[in-house]
Design a protein around this ligand. Sequence first.
Ligand code: C2O
Ligand code: CU
Ligand code: CU
Length: 508
Amino acid sequence: MSIKRMTRRELLKYGTLAGGALLLPLGFDRIGYAEESGLTVRPFTQQFRKPPVLSPVRSDATTDYYQININKASGQVIPGKTTQFYSYVAPGLQPSIVGPTIRQRLGRQSVVRFINNSLGAPTSVHLHGMASLPQYDGYAEDLTPPGYYKDYIYPNNRAATLWYHDHAIHHTAENVYRGLAGLYIVQDDLELNLPLPKGEYDVPILIQDKQFSANGALIFDDEGEDSQFGDIITVNGVAWPVMQVEKRKYRFRILNGSISRSYRLSLSNGAPFVMIGTDAGLKTSPTPVNNFRIGMAERYECVIDFSEFPVGTQIILQNLSNKNNEDYANTNKVMRFDVVAAKGVDNSSIPATLRTVTPIPASQAVRTREFRYERSNGLWVINGKTWDSNRIDANPQYGDVEIWRLYNNSGGWFHPIHVHLIDAQLLDRNGSAPFVYERGWKDVFYVGENESLRIIGKFGPNTGLYMSHCHNTVHEDHDMMNQFQVGQGTAENNPLSVPAKKLPAPTL
Ligand code: C2O
Ligand code: CU
Ligand code: CU
């Protein structure tokens, strides 16, 4: 892998030292990097925005029905440039490089019709973090070709910050990168009754890095099936935005929706993040930290209290970075908060107990399985093997508690490992306790360089076949993905049992 990566990174460093005038050897892969292509985007010149919340097409006593078209579209991502991207879009909404947010209540059901109109490539939609039935989980080979649609049924059985994204076999990275990702937030009464900041003060932050050519075209370059790193950081589809924040507390739901980049977030004035949630919902108790690491597909929720800073204060959400990321001049910045006067009294607070996350003791596990995440002969493999839909690598019985030991015996890369269906807990990393902010229910675990993690989870609430993979989606595509089956495979729980249907679709 990394001769090319190192070389490019080194060259950029020299270029920067030379005063910004880059002297690159001819024939070097220069396209796509703003610093090299001449495209300039100044950080903190664009307004922050939240993705729009999608309204249901209709609702009945138990269910809300939504419709999302999957299209090719174009619009402005970089000021003054037109960019073509892929879009999850609904009637009445502007196509965007980030999909609309679905907000749901625990216990209601969603039916989301995803229509592959004009994408020109097959899709599969995964709602990451939901315990969906296998046939609605976005199985990589359960494809919806152009001209087809599929109605996905979601039980909304977990109150958490989830996200929906493409999962098409071998094309997940490119499809997600080009725009097929959106937030999906489920709330329950317990959470809504807590005094945490709500409504306009409950803000999603979806972070993604991108690269563009000088004319504004999005460039997908996975460096020979290794990783896709961009030099422009976007938040909710806007490059380095500025958000006006009132002098009060805000709740942020932070999702790393990048392909290969992990971040270490901090605030430029040293203020703490009060960590309140992990991938799968609220933690037991809030914990302040000065910085935290977030791998691809991980979600962390925090409260930031801006009441202590004078109006006019500018606070940069910074990225201190982690090992094995490709850093560029401005990838150390994410967005900026500009403190403005509060519109009213802040009645919100952070309770000492959020909800009870009961640790699962290791002694409850009925077995331990081991998975090694490696690079072998130019492929990304798990226990030496690539994806094979005919092979099942684990068969826990329904309700079994298992420990999975996740190994990364390389210093050259990190792997955020995602297990579909279950929520799990991190027991330890290289024998040490998890970071305070990781202590909660999670579905992605950052397996860093030369690390060995033990995670523990209970297999349910569904039976059938589910995937597990690295969430560097370039690794996932080539081919660091396998599958497990909970209980027996039946005709009803087969992930291919509800295939996409041909358009036109009947009324939803
Ligand atoms: Cu977020 Cu299988 O993915
Ligand atoms: Cu998932
Ligand atoms: Cu990986």
